[in-house]
Design a protein around this ligand. Structure first.
Ligand code: E4P
Length: 224
């Protein structure tokens, strides 16, 4: 199970990487827009420095054609590092780019997945991660849980190395549902990740334990 942060915010990446056992960081142009105008390559090299070389860093291409995607992928690999997962939308030109990059040993994350067949085509083309857009599917009346369950079963039976990194969440229930359905990884925004432990009964339990300690051991008694 991998917990991945969907953010390009340096402060949040530092904080979440310190607090949580993150497996990596994803982003897309909309997430990057939230950071304002960026010095793109130094910014992403900084993110790499924070998370280290063993965690996955996923950076999305912008172009619509295969040639544009391949040129952008080469620039990202040179400008950040060769371990980056190049995120490519599963369009027909995108599949050609995935096949070319994966065939050359580049790590690829297939993104913008709404259907089973997109996932299978991307896995067959050599993508290592497949990113179904859960909340966007839900808004369209598509059952993302059923799709993740079916795709993860087919991948397992085929012995495919491709993993589902479920994406596009608006709440924790969607993320836990995606994991329960069979996603190997989930990527979520800092807000959603922080909300995981933001549950009033947790704070109340901690307060009650503290009160019991003080009433039995005395206010001056300490463990350290
Ligand atoms: C991953 O990085 C995806 O691009 C992202 O989770 C999509 O999220 P959204 O549907 O909230 O834009």
């Amino acid at each position: 199970m991998e917990i991945i942060l969907d953010s390009a915010n340096i402060a949040e990446i530092e904080k979440c990487d310190r607090r949580f056992a993150l497996a990596g960081v994803t982003s897309n142009p909309t997430i990057i827009k939230k950071e304002g105008r960026l010095d793109f390559y130094p910014h992403f090299r900084k993110i790499r420095e924070i998370i280290g070389e063993n965690k996955s860093l996923h950076i999305q291409t912008l172009g619509a054609t295969t040639e544009e995607m391949l040129a952008e992928a080469r620039a990202v690999l040179a400008g950040v590092d060769g371990r980056v997962y190049i995120k490519i939308p599963v369009t027909e030109p995108g599949l050609e780019a995935i096949k070319t990059l994966a065939g050359g040993g580049v790590n690829v994350t297939a993104t913008g997945i709404y259907t089973r067949m997109q996932a299978y085509l991307a896995a067959a083309a050599g993508a290592r991660y497949l990113a179904p857009y859960c909340n966007r599917m839900e808004q369209m009346g598509i059952d993302f849980r059923a799709i993740i369950a079916e795709v993860s079963g087919v991948l397992a039976r085929a012995g495919s190395p491709a993993k589902i990194v479920a994406a596009s969440f608006k709440n924790i229930t969607q993320t836990t549902d995606a994991l329960a359905a069979g996603a190997a990884a989930v990527t979520m925004t800092p807000d959603i990740l922080h909300s995981a432990c933001d549950f009033a009964p947790i704070g109340l339990a901690v307060r009650d334990f503290h009160a019991d300690w003080v009433s039995s051991q005395g206010a001056d008694a300490r463990l350290d």
